[in-house]
Design a protein around this ligand. Structure first.
Ligand code: AHM
Ligand code: MG
Length: 336
């Protein structure tokens, strides 16, 4: 039997979409194309890593005190390399780099900063589990120097945000302020092809995602949330637990099926409660996507996109997903 003929005339590549379907600044188009290129390189490397010794610890510990996997380092280098060859991005802020990286030669009055987590869920690398990349684009203030005061603004200043999910298929999901769009990587031709446009997150879902093993260190409000979700269906419960260990994977499920992902703050001995996930390149980008799809992103006390960071690696608690479940979390005073 002859191979089925795929009609690309009815499919829309990322390149075509960016140029014909939305009003996007030319600089932002270039930036999103550079992100897509880096994501393709990461996807290709991840697919071959098992057979060429790419798994395992790199030997270093990052700014968060976490063990860095070889693939974390490799993925970060891909982004640095992709954005060092020119383009409107002059500042890179990464989970894997203690300090921002400036390319002075790329600074103009229309420059951007790219904030990213190159390999989210990296404890899944060696088990072929879900992995992702998260990114956000912010405008730099004209005349900015090497400082990053202008970038330390609330997430509502993001002009675009998105993620790649390296699952059975590699998907690139992003928004530039006009709907959330998902593209699938067609490996045969190396192109991202439009899969779903202007995605709407269901107002309510049937699953929640959290590392419940930490429950003993949560606020009473967060434990009350779990009791409600696991309680009888007639009283608003009846949820199932789904947790894959990668924020991107769990968020993607919420985006498509509805539900709630949360990573609460934990009360540590003698210290103030602390969240785990990073505001600027994890929580704020995915909160922008959630809001543009009709969902919500909260720190448990307020809208995540309104939090003004003091540091680039700042951590916050997060409750993100369908509007109903996020509102329930806030109502139950999950963060006190
Ligand atoms: P990473 O960016 O270093 O991979 O860390 C963030 C990850 C999230 O993807 C995931 O939701 C969470 O940390 C898992 O943490 P835990 O192992 O504590 O459940
Ligand atoms: Mg991460």
């Amino acid at each position: 039997m002859a191979n089925p003929f795929v009609k690309y005339s009815s499919l829309i590549t990322l390149d075509r979409y960016l140029r014909t379907r939305q009003q996007i600044d030319p600089g932002l188009i270039v930036t999103l194309e550079q992100v897509a290129l880096a994501v393709k390189r990461v996807a290709h490397e991840l697919a071959g890593a098992a057979l060429k010794g790419g798994f395992g610890h790199s030997g270093s510990i990052n700014v968060h005190g976490e063990r860095v996997e070889k693939l974390d380092e490799w993925s970060n280098n891909v982004f640095v390399d992709t954005f060092s060859g020119g383009g409107p991005v002059c500042t890179l802020i990464s989970e894997e780099m203690e300090e921002p990286r400036h390319a002075r030669a790329q600074c103009t009055n229309d420059s951007y900063a790219l904030l990213y987590d190159p390999l989210d869920g990296s404890s899944n690398t060696d088990i072929n589990g879900a992995l992702g990349t998260i990114f956000a684009v912010r405008r730099r203030r004209p005349g900015h120097g090497e400082g990053i005061e202008d970038v330390l603004a609330a997430g509502s200043a993001q002009i675009a945000a998105g993620y790649a999910l390296y699952g059975p298929a590699t998907m690139l999901v992003w928004t530039a302020g006009d709907g959330v769009n998902a593209f699938v990587l067609d490996r045969g031709i190396g192109e991202f092809v439009l899969w779903q446009e202007k995605i709407r997150m269901p107002e309510r879902g049937k699953t929640y995602a959290v590392n419940q093993a930490n429950a003993a260190r949560w606020n009473p409000g967060t434990r009350a949330l779990i009791e409600r979700l696991c309680g009888p269906k007639a009283e608003g419960g009846g949820y199932s637990l789904r947790y894959c260990g990668a924020f991107v994977g769990d968020f993607h499920r919420c985006l498509l099926n509805g539900g709630l992902f949360f990573y609460p703050s934990e009360v540590t001995a003698g210290g103030a409660p602390k969240g785990k996930l990073r505001l600027m390149y994890e929580v704020a980008p995915l909160s922008m996507l959630a809001e543009h799809a009709g969902g919500a992103g909260s720190t448990g006390r307020g809208r995540a996109l309104e939090v003004v960071p003091e540091r680039i690696h700042e951590r916050v608690p997060v409750y993100i997903g369908s509007a109903e479940e996020v509102a329930l979390a806030v109502k139950l005073k999950v963060e006190g």
